[in-house]
Design a binder for this molecule. Structure first.
Ligand SMILES: O=C(O)[C@H]1O[C@H](OP(=O)(O)OP(=O)(O)OC[C@H]2O[C@@H](n3ccc(=O)[nH]c3=O)[C@H](O)[C@@H]2O)[C@H](O)[C@@H](O)[C@@H]1O
Length: 452
């Protein structure tokens, strides 16, 4: 009897225990699902937050560039979290920037996925210098072209850090990792006419970005020398030809020109206060393979191939508009010459220790060609008759002509342009046709069209 009572007690106890276990495990499941739900919610909120920071709403195509260019501090801090920063990333940064020749330079190239930036990066790497690129891959023009250049650079073991020159934290990190000897500063908001559409992007890149870079460089140890892209547009309404470095540059015709001129004045200040070695290169309408689609020779080619009409500007008094078109290889030689002759910065820890080099050079072709003639050359290379609308140059910041005197650059680093517009455009068209996979049939048919 006693044993049957015991047995029933044991059974009850077991049932009770199993009930408690069930209750506990249900509680556990409920608790962990609550936790899971909260974590999921948090992750989702974080993702939405990061998404909106990187892709702000209400952007249309014309505004997209300004969103890319106008970075807030929050964005910069967050973007730093995205560029990598791990051991593998640092290894890539070091490997790319380490020279492979004795006394080779170690150059930070800003705007390395850009037209001039990509060409200069390749040329430096080919001769054994270390090159690290930085580029924000903004969408001012088709970013896939920038990605194409990035691929090409990667094949030559050049790494491009994806980031913005306004990101002080990122720049400081790069200078912590690498003792750069030089900075080739080519990142900019380019284009003369676009400055009327998106003025602030010029201020953000060409002024704020430049100052941010100089602020980082002044604290770097060693302080590198800086060579950077100014522009022929600083001559503005100057009528004294050919343009020499000591001519007036206080009459800019566009906001773009004004920001480049501001850059030259800012360079003077940092040279004066901090002993930074600074060289400004005034580029004259640079063209060639892997060029910029926003430039006339490029979109004329595109439109002519597609049988579309093009606008050829003339001055208000019906005179031809002309440019001192300069081929990319000549510009690259000029950039490397300027880097090779740049003296060291003299400051350290943000303090000037002595006077430093401050230079300005024209890099042009020294023989202006009219836009009309440019079109004639393209017509013969593409075997297409252009549908030209000859119109008066809109008041959009364009200047009627440019013409470089390059005596100074020749004297100081042997700069001597060797490519005339026809030979240079031939190389551009060859690249264009192959890059965009244009069939000769397409050229023929647009040609037929143009005779309609
Ligand atoms: O050398 C420079 O300083 C500048 O050169 C170019 O500016 P730009 O010379 O105006 O070059 P394009 O925009 O390619 O124009 C070339 C010529 O074609 C003319 N043009 C442009 C557009 C158009 O539809 N029709 C036309 O006749 C322009 O008036 C100009 O004379 C670059 O776009 C600037 O970034 C650079 O700083």
């Amino acid at each position: 009897m006693a044993s049957s009572i015991d047995a029933s007690k044991v059974t009850k106890l077991e049932r009770y225990n199993s009930y408690i276990r069930r209750v506990n495990s249900t509680k556990l499941i409920v608790a962990s699902s609550k936790l899971l739900f909260r974590v999921t919610l948090l992750v989702a909120l974080l993702l939405i937050f990061f998404f909106f920071i990187n892709y702000p709403p209400f952007s249309n195509s014309s505004e997209s560039t300004s969103h890319h260019n106008i970075h807030t501090t929050t964005h910069n801090l967050l973007s730093s979290a995205f560029y990598g920063g791990g051991a593998a990333w640092e290894k890539q940064v070091r490997r790319s920037s380490t020279p492979r020749r004795v006394n080779g330079l170690s150059v930070l190239v800003t705007g390395a996925a850009g037209f001039v930036g990509s060409h200069c990066s390749m040329a430096l790497k080919k001769r054994g210098d270390g090159v690290l690129g930085i580029d924000n891959f903004n969408s001012y023009y088709d970013p896939s072209l920038k990605r194409g250049r990035q691929k090409l650079l990667a094949q030559h073991e050049i790494f491009i850090v994806e980031g913005d020159i306004n990101d002080a934290e990122l720049l400081a990190k790069l200078f912590d990792i690498v003792p750069f000897t030089h900075v080739l500063h080519l990142a900019a908001q380019a284009g003369v006419r676009y400055a009327m559409k998106n003025p602030l992007s010029y201020v953000q890149s060409n002024i704020a970005g430049f100052v941010n870079l100089l602020e980082t460089v002044k604290l770097a140890n060693p302080q590198p020398a800086i060579v950077w892209a100014s522009s022929s547009s600083v001559y503005g309404l100057n009528t004294n030809v050919p343009f020499s470095e000591d001519h007036r540059t206080d009459q800019p015709a566009s906001l773009y020109a004004a920001t480049k001129k501001a850059g030259e004045e800012i360079a003077h200040t940092y040279n004066h206060i901090y002993g930074l070695s600074l060289t400004a290169l005034r580029f004259f309408t640079v063209y060639g393979p892997w060029g910029r689609p926003d430039m006339a020779y490029f979109f004329f080619t595109k439109d002519m191939v597609q049988g579309k009409s093009i606008n050829v500007y003339v001055t208000q008094d019906d005179k031809e508009v002309a440019r001192d078109f300069t081929y990319i290889d000549d510009i690259v030689k000029g950039c490397l010459g300027a880097l090779d002759t740049a003296e060291k910065s003299t400051g350290s820890g943000g303090k000037k220790k002595g006077p430093a080099q401050l230079r300005v050079y024209n890099l042009g072709n020294t023989s202006p060609v009219s836009v009309n003639k440019l079109v004639t050359i393209l017509e013969s290379l593409l075997n297409v008759k252009a549908k030209k609308n000859v119109i008066k140059m809109p008041r959009n910041g364009d200047v009627p002509f440019t013409h470089a005197n390059v005596t100074l650059a020749k004297r100081d680093f042997g700069y001597k342009p060797t490519t005339d517009l026809s030979s240079g455009l031939r190389k551009f068209v060859k690249w264009y046709v192959s890059y965009y996979g244009i069939q000769s049939k397409e050229l023929d048919s647009s040609n037929d069209h143009s005779h309609d």
